[in-house]
Design a protein around this ligand. Structure first.
Ligand SMILES: C[S@@+](CC[C@H](N)C(=O)[O-])C[C@H]1O[C@@H](n2cnc3c(N)ncnc32)[C@H](O)[C@@H]1O
Length: 189
């Protein structure tokens, strides 16, 4: 296992401890923008009685979890089918992020859990982009994803514009050498 992947897996476990209490027994969870699937696999290993599905525009799985592949527009699910949805490092990769959020809200009954990273003021965009590409490559994901460099306030305004209520905001430890800050948000309708 390469050292970047080891660090990513370590962070998945660490970050889980901040939102795990929001996931209830027998919850049905949708991991949107599943990517490699390591997060979904970790959650399933910790909460055996939950059901977790992936949703992505590509099948990039490195693990065995159920996944739905769609066209990036309307989620292939009925309203409030899932108790909780996860959007981990996804919103800034989606051109039509408002549609993504609208669909997430439509299919989610309770919690929308978001992890996003923001460049620090001193960060040089191009350097951080190269570091992000290195991380994506190390965890087996393509490096050509679209990138929107969200400011923290911009993302939080987006949540407000959808009238989402903030149940938790938590600054997360980031073990990368990137000049970024990571935040966890737990939101409800
Ligand atoms: C940086 S990866 C994050 C993967 C994973 N959530 C994680 O925490 O490692 C971004 C993921 O978002 C997916 N993605 C891009 N556009 C999407 C869309 N419109 N709907 C769902 N997933 C999308 C990509 O295919 C990719 O798997």
């Amino acid at each position: 296992m390469n050292s970047i992947l080891a660090r990513v897996l370590n962070e998945i476990a660490l970050h889980y401890s901040f939102y795990s209490d929001f996931l209830k027994k027998k919850d049905k969870i949708l991991d949107i923008g599943t990517g490699s699937g390591y997060t979904a696999q970790y959650i399933k290993s910790q909460k055996k009685d939950i059901e977790i599905h992936g949703l992505d525009i590509f099948n990039l799985l490195k693990v065995d979890i159920p996944i739905f592949i769609y066209d990036g527009k309307k989620f292939p699910f009925s309203d409030i089918l899932y108790d909780d949805s996860l959007l981990f490092y996804v919103i800034h990769h989606v051109r039509d992020y408002k549609k993504l959020l609208e669909e997430t809200i439509r299919v989610t009954k309770r919690n929308i859990i978001v992890i996003e990273e923001f460049n620090m003021p001193e960060a040089e965009y191009k350097i951080e982009l190269e570091k992000e590409k290195r991380t994506l490559k190390a965890i087996g994901l393509p490096t050509s994803f679209y990138q929107h460099n969200f400011k923290k306030e911009e993302l939080e305004d987006l949540f407000l514009s959808f009238s989402l209520k903030l149940r938790l905001i938590q600054k997360l430890d980031s073990q990368t050498d990137k000049k970024i800050e990571k935040y966890l948000y737990v939101l409800t309708k």
